[in-house]
Design a protein around this ligand. Sequence first.
Ligand SMILES: [Zn+2]
Length: 334
Amino acid sequence: MPATATRRPSLPTRPTRGRRQLIAGCVAVAALLGLSACGTASGALQSPSANAPSPAGGQSAGVASPQQPTGTAATTIAPTSDSDAAGGTGSAVPPVSGKPKSPKSPTGSPTPDATAPVTATPVTATPAAPPAHAGAGTVIGSTASGGRTVALTFDDGPGPATPQILDLLAQYHVKATFCEVGQNAAANPAMVKRVLAEGHRLCDHSVHHPQPFAKLPHDKAVYEVTAARDMIVQAGGPGTQVTWFRAPGGGFNADNEHITAGLGMSSLAWSVDPRDWSRPGVPAIVSTVQSQLKPGGVILMHDGGGDRSQTVAALKQLLPWLIAQGYTFDFPAV
Ligand SMILES: [Zn+2]
């Protein structure tokens, strides 16, 4: 991830109450390793990512114009082949190590990639009003409640696997967060409505899933964040709340974090990345989650962007395992 200027290399988490926000600091090292999950910001750079930012409609920035969707809105898109996480392009950015505020919880970042914890700005939690972010530099990677909780997040949908994932979540009475691609939401509003009706929450994952996201010119970034939020709201119907923005590939930087905060959303990373988008095999997905998860963690998985049968199969094992481990399900911090 783009190392934003504002990030401090080593600020341990600070005991913010209510939210231990971690930050994902994607360090250059991570990019080099090409491991982590987020598409790297830099790594992906030149990758001609399929879904490149697009079209035109895009530039305007209006922070709130509800109707920005360009004509592309109706197109279904599968973000680049994969995920955010590595965005198919292989890059990576790591997320954050979720760290619960609890002083005793393990703080080490689970992933091998270097992460640079950043300080989070304490925000007053006000459900109704958008949090007053202090600006860039704050990316969340932990749950809202901390303790032995976990937040499941699914990116790149809605897609063909979304119904199966929703069925599984319902079976275990689990609520999750869906980071939707604007074009996919616009193409399948019924699924967005189902997500909401079943008690899950929404996250903006850009209109076209361009990568490396951190390299987008300001105007494009404004469009990708703003228009996607508007498309998701339109698909979900009046009153739809989109609480977070997750940069494709974890490509956060000061600019998009600021844009996100200006829209009243929080930048959301993750602390556990099983790289399910790369289809490493069900056992690998399951074991990675089991080994990387720490209390208060945010797990990154995908319900869109390609064949998600491994994700679904892994989830069938992980849900009962999480419950057996004493985890309760939460949403990410804001
Ligand atoms: Zn993604």
